[in-house]
Design a binder for this molecule. Structure first.
Ligand code: HEM
Length: 486
């Protein structure tokens, strides 16, 4: 049979792809038309659940190349050796919108990286924002519910968005970031990526460091104003996807330079900010950027569904020399992602080409389940075994953490300079007059839609606490909008 012949899924040739089989000319259709039944049934099953957050995204392959020596801080093999290259897959995303939403919106952008290292896949699942809106994973479902559609109106409600933030003073810094100039990137190529959390690096001597990742775009940061974004989003929902895909097809490969901030483990307890508080940054004056390497995206996926929609990243995929920090948010995420993948993609999602290790081999005794592609073959499925099965190394990936105290629910410990407003004020004061004016207008445009006085009255003092000028100007702008709306 010619390779061009259309076939059923079982490989049998299809005679007619234009007309269904009927009981006579003009008669009803036949249940024996296996091809029609198979085609309609498969079509019904084309969709899988979209991601509960970050549903809309774009992905590309490329490589990471080490340009600077950081072996003093980590024994991760892929970060050792100048010039060493590791294949990567990066999925960018927006957060709140559904799969078909527009790209050009004010929303954080996901920056999820999978390094296919020789020691297994390392996933760094970050954002384009260095900070996040909450400090405890228990609040995440509530936060996201408040930002997505209301269960009764089916509409994204400014009331819900701001009600949540008014009860979450820790969001003042990330909210200032989001409504500032960088809140709507012009494209995925024109924004930075951050690991956001603090992570642990461990060197060959077993010394531990706390690390923050910064991927600086080499295309330059470019952003959109509200008006520019509204025009683009209205005309082209796929503006980010189009930009990324077409740039790579043209051979204009986007790249980022990776820097890290490194804190010796012993500094953490006495640092003036809690270094594991995701609503805070570490000022560069305290911990300067150290260059590590460059990230280049040079290959589009062949099939968006197979490789982007089915891509599965999990912050708990570490490699030797890298581990988690006690940041409560990160700890919650160590559970949430792999659980989401088991629900959305199934237990064998790790066998899909985009998710499987590329430079290492997965060898363990996890077996079977839906869609198992014979992983493990004829090898014994228990350990220890006497048939040459894989064995443990006895060496943890990261370094142990000393803990003390009582079990129970605890607030994030505050260090001397920790309050929820100090860094929001510092960010505000760093802005030029024009940036401040745009920030106030953007915030007021959103907060001004809230009809309930108590919500507005509860949230405005947060901005005042960050900086009195910030609070005063925002209150004034919000008052004007609410009065003019009657
Ligand atoms: C406790 C807080 C958080 C929880 C429980 C959480 C949970 C989730 C879940 C369930 C998904 C969907 C996964 C999937 O179906 O594939 C997701 C996606 C994502 N999250 Fe989070 N998240 C949290 C905080 C964060 C933070 C702080 C960041 C960034 C620093 C982040 C970045 C991302 C990214 C980039 C994706 C998309 C990954 C992809 O491209 O497939 N999340 N999150």
């Amino acid at each position: 049979m010619s390779e061009r012949v259309l076939t059923t899924e079982a490989g049998a040739p299809v005679a007619d792809n234009q007309n269904s089989a009927q009981a006579g000319v003009g008669g009803p259709l036949l249940i024996q038309d296996q091809y029609l039944l198979e085609k309609l049934a498969r079509f019904n099953r084309e969709r899988i659940p979209e991601r509960v957050v970050h549903a809309r995204g774009s992905g590309a392959y490329g490589f990471f190349e080490v340009t600077d020596d950081v072996s003093a801080f980590t024994r991760a093999h892929f970060l050792g050796g100048l010039g060493r290259r590791t294949e990567v897959f990066l999925r960018f995303s927006t957060v709140a919108g559904n799969l078909g939403a527009s790209d050009a919106v004010r929303d954080p952008r996901g920056f999820a990286l999978k390094f296919y290292t020789e020691e297994g896949n390392y996933d760094l699942v970050g954002n384009n924002t260095p900070v996040f809106f909450i400090k405890d994973p228990l609040k995440f479902p509530d936060f996201i519910h408040s930002q997505k559609r209301d269960p009764f109106t089916g509409i994204t409600e400014a009331e819900n968005v701001w009600d949540f933030w008014s009860h979450s003073p820790e969001a003042t810094h990330p909210v200032t970031w989001l409504f500032g100039d960088r809140g709507i990137p012009a494209s995925y190529r024109h924004m930075n990526g951050y690991g956001s959390h603090t992570y642990q690096w461990v060197n060959t001597a077993g010394e531990a460091f706390w690390v923050k990742y910064h991927f600086k775009t080499n295309q330059g940061v470019r952003s959109l104003t509200n008006d520019q974004a509204a025009e683009i989003a209205g005309g082209d929902a796929d503006s980010h996807q189009r930009d990324l895909h077409q740039a790579i097809e043209r051979g204009v490969f986007p790249s980022w330079t990776l820097h890290v901030q490194v804190m010796p483990a012993a500094d953490a307890a006495r640092y003036r900010f809690n270094p594991f508080d995701l609503t805070k940054v570490w000022p560069h004056a305290d911990y300067p950027l150290i260059k590590v390497g460059r990230l280049v995206l040079d290959r589009n996926p062949e099939n968006v569904f197979a490789e982007v929609e089915q891509a599965a990243f999990s912050p708990n995929n570490f490699v030797p020399g890298i581990g988690p920090s006690p940041d409560k948010m990160l700890q919650g995420r160590l559970f949430a992602y792999a659980d989401a993948h088991r629900y959305r993609l199934g237990v064998n999602h790790t066998q899909l080409a985009v998710n499987a290790p590329h430079a290492a081999t997965a060898r363990n005794h996890g077996r079977d389940g839906a869609m198992a592609a014979n992983a493990g073959g004829r090898a014994k499925n228990y350990e220890p075994n006497s048939f040459g099965g894989p064995y443990e190394t006895g060496q943890a990936l990261g370094a142990p953490l000393a803990v003390t105290g009582f079990t129970g629910t605890h607030e994030t410990p505050a260090h001397v300079k920790d309050d929820d407003f100090v860094q929001a004020g510092e960010l505000y004061r760093l802005m030029s007059d024009e940036e401040k004016a745009r920030l106030i207008a953007n915030l007021a445009g959103s907060l001004g839609q809230v009809t309930r006085d108590d919500i507005v009255d509860r949230v405005l003092p947060h901005f005042h606490a960050a900086d009195p000028d910030y609070g005063r100007r925002l209150a004034e702008a919000v008052r004007e909008i609410r009065e003019s709306d009657g």
